[in-house]
Design a protein around this ligand. Structure first.
Ligand code: COA
Length: 397
């Protein structure tokens, strides 16, 4: 729809559902069929065959890397893993009870302060900043988790691939390589998702010509909410609460009767099961069996079945598990603390955010960059264009 600058299109108070605000070449969702595509490739295909490094390259560049291109990219990310010393010193000043998402959001401008490219707004400089963010966000999450436990952060291990190195820096022990591969698949599954709230936040911020770090910090803030990435931590709380609950149907009914939501279910775009959730459900089953922790998959599926029946009784058949539902049991089996589940989402989504930031800044899918500037209808106090009469403080009640 072409709209002139003076024409008013009224879509207010709908959370912009169904409103197309930009062109993008990065990802595509068919919400009716449950299909997700990155740069033309089906998510199932990428999760099965590609590494997260390949996917990050694909999102940033629009094509899968050649063998040498991939080696170079992996090396660039690996060499950028080390956090500047002042980041650790700063973290050590912060209250140990701080939420990891707050710490991560605050860490991003800290990283900007040490980035030599932050004042250069070229595509090349933005690509280099993207590489540093992809490399350093996991290091920041791991460092904070160590520091809050009064442990020294661990240096990155150049011999380990991306996900494996993250688990090593987080837990201080070399992970089971198969589990590290599963985490890498999780990173692929979470890497991009069109114009979700956090990606839109990133794009909106950089449309003002703010730098990449400002956009990513905004994205982290948006992701932290429980209706977005924060849902995985809420799902984990629910699984722990229901671990020994005998009457799950009564719990679900009670929640829905009170007008509360079942976290990890429902989606603004998918009207069928999220393809990422299908993948993660199988992973939770396989990992549970392998580690003797099948109960998490069992509880999750019992709640899922009960909730789907309860939704259907209420005439809602389109509320289905989303990516956050089965990522919670998967991360729990991997030994990842509940409050680190959303930061891990960010560690993956940063690849998509940076790709969208570059697309937005350099108008790679549209004619020219445009500053986002929607309107709001004023429904507050109004005394005409002359304004309400100002009453001096002394005479006000
Ligand atoms: C993600 C979410 C906000 C998308 O919602 P949406 O379909 O675009 O629109 P709404 O939020 O208006 O929900 C539509 C209706 O479905 C209900 N609904 C949606 N998700 C629900 C859930 N998980 N549990 C219970 N009811 C739900 C809403 O209460 C609303 O009911 P109403 O019309 O009677 O008021 C929503 O599904 C949700 O809150 N899910 C739980 C949080 C979550 O998992 N977020 C991660 C998303 S990836």
């Amino acid at each position: 729809m072409e709209v002139s600058m003076t024409e008013v299109v009224n879509v207010k108070n709908t959370g912009l559902r169904g409103v197309t605000v930009a062109d993008t070449k990065i990802s595509f969702i068919d919400g009716e069929k449950g299909v997700l595509i990155y740069r033309g490739y089906r998510i199932e295909d990428l999760a099965e065959h590609a590494t997260f490094m390949e996917v990050a390259f694909l999102l940033l560049n629009g094509a899968l890397p050649g063998k040498n291109e991939l080696k170079t990219f992996e090396k660039q990310v690996m060499e950028a893993r080390q956090l500047p010393g002042y980041v650790f010193d700063t973290f050590k000043q912060w209250p140990a009870g701080s939420r990891p998402m707050d710490v991560l959001q605050a860490a991003v401008p800290l990283l900007a302060m040490g980035d030599p490219d932050v004042n250069e707004d070229t595509r090349e400089a933005n690509f280099r900043m993207a590489v540093r963010l992809i490399a350093r966000m996991p290091a920041a999450v791991a460092a904070w988790h160590r520091i809050r436990q009064r442990l020294e952060p661990l240096p990155p291990d150049a011999s380990l691939p991306h996900a494996e190195n993250f688990l090593w820096q987080l837990h201080g022990r070399k992970p089971d390589p198969e589990m590290a591969t599963d985490l890498d698949v999780c990173l692929t599954l979470h890497a991009d998702h069109t114009f979700n709230a956090s990606t839109f936040a990133c794009r909106e911020v950089v449309s003002t010509r703010a730098h990449m770090y400002a956009g990513v910090a905004a994205g982290i803030g948006a992701l932290s909410g429980s209706l977005h990435g924060g849902a995985n931590a809420e799902v984990m709380k629910m699984l722990l609460e229901l671990e020994s609950e005998k009457d799950i149907p009564a719990w679900v009914k009670g929640r829905l009767d009170k007008g509360e939501r079942i976290m990890g279910m429902g989606h603004a775009v998918y009207k069928t099961m999220d393809p990422r959730a299908r993948f993660l459900k199988d992973m939770a089953y396989r990992l549970g069996k392998k580690t003797g922790q099948s109960k998490w998959h069992e509880i999750s599926t019992r709640i899922e079945e009960t909730a789907l029946n309860a939704f259907a009784e209420r005439g809602k058949t389109d509320i289905q598990p989303n990516v956050d539902y089965y990522s919670a049991p998967v991360y729990h089996i991997m030994g990842i603390h509940g409050d680190l589940m959303t930061p891990i989402f960010a560690v993956s989504r940063v690849a998509g955010w940076c790709s969208h930031i570059i697309e937005e800044k350099f108008a790679e899918a549209q004619e020219k960059p445009a500053l986002y500037r929607p309107q709001a209808e004023y429904v507050g106090q109004y005394c005409g264009l002359v304004g309400c009469e100002y009453e001096p403080q002394e005479t006000r009640k």
